[in-house]
Design a protein around this ligand. Structure first.
Ligand SMILES: [Zn+2]
Length: 307
């Protein structure tokens, strides 16, 4: 019995001794890529739990304890994670931080979106940081997502060169899938009759930018902020004027306003997901970024009259 115990303890120690790279990511889109490329060579921990609305996240002491053991901390942006700097400072892990926003193509938040975003009040988290006017949802652009895959592949190779071939192979396999999806988007988006969408919050600017689509939103940059009765009346007018046939809501935020607008305009509601997060069940079933973006494509095609 004791012998068996010692043998298994040795085995565990033996596996652990292969110094697996320990990576912490903040938000699901980053996690989705490290998971694909890092595979079993990386011990991966995502801070924002599955099923949680990402903008409202606040880390727990347990999150911070886990982070302190990480070799790399991949963050998405100041705008998305205004809570991160205090933790990084207190753990003194500045040299382990990798900020993806420095590698992708960023766009500013549109003035019109800000105005249209109604009164954000204290809930507005995106522009609390000085000099921050970037739209943090850059992964919604497949072009950016491709850049993110390549960047994370390079990062893992740099930190763990003994597994270079493994990371390169996984990266190539994943890129092929992402590129196939991008080709589908490219082809469909050329055929739309009404390139206007009304979404829950301003999370689709990068998609809109890539494909010359006009994005309107119900609640500006913060998924949970509620428009007033007057603003809802304006949105109803807008839906009629712009010939919008679908009012999109998103998971992890309330569909109520979308339902009200749809009812008043005899249109329908549907969910469109910025892939800020997925549910635990989806992760277990292997549903991730690609599957959700594919689903988004099918819904966008219906909403914008594309072939
Ligand atoms: Zn968002």
């Amino acid at each position: 019995m004791l012998k068996n115990f010692l043998a298994s303890a040795l085995l565990v120690w033996g596996v652990g001794a292969v110094a697996q790279l320990n990576v912490t990511t903040t938000i699901y889109p980053l996690y989705s890529i490290v998971k694909e490329i890092g595979g079993n060579k990386v011990q991966l921990n995502n801070m924002i739990p599955f099923g949680v609305e990402a903008h409202g996240f606040d880390p727990t002491p347990n999150d911070i304890a886990k982070l302190s053991k990480s070799d790399i901390f991949i963050v998405s942006s100041d705008a998305m994670e205004p809570w991160k700097d205090k933790i990084i400072e207190s753990l003194k892990i500045e040299n382990k931080v990798f900020d993806m926003s420095q590698y992708v193509h960023l766009i500013e938040m549109e003035e019109e979106s800000l105005e249209h975003g109604h009164d954000h009040g204290h809930n507005h988290k995106h522009d609390e940081h000085e000099g921050e006017n970037i739209d943090p949802h850059y992964w919604v652009s497949l072009n950016n997502y491709i850049t993110m895959v390549k960047t994370i592949s390079n990062l893992l190779i740099e930190k763990d060169s003994s597994n270079r071939e493994y990371y390169e192979k996984n990266s190539a396999v994943y890129l092929e899938k992402v590129n196939a999806l991008k080709s589908k988007f490219d082809a469909s988006m050329k055929t739309c009759s009404n390139k206007k969408i009304l979404v829950n919050h301003d999370a689709f600017s990068y998609f809109a930018h890539d494909y010359d689509v006009k994005q309107y939103s119900v609640s500006g940059m913060t998924p949970e902020s509620k428009p007033s009765a007057k603003q809802i009346a304006e949105l109803i007018k807008l839906v009629k004027q712009e010939g919008i046939n679908t009012v999109f809501f998103e998971e992890f935020a309330s569909p109520k306003v979308a339902q009200t607008i749809a009812k008043e305009t005899y249109t329908k509601t549907d969910s469109l997901r910025p892939v800020e997060n997925i549910s635990k069940e989806e992760n277990e079933k292997g549903i991730g970024y690609l599957e959700i973006m594919e689903e988004n494509l099918q819904k966008l095609k219906v909403a914008m009259g594309c072939k």
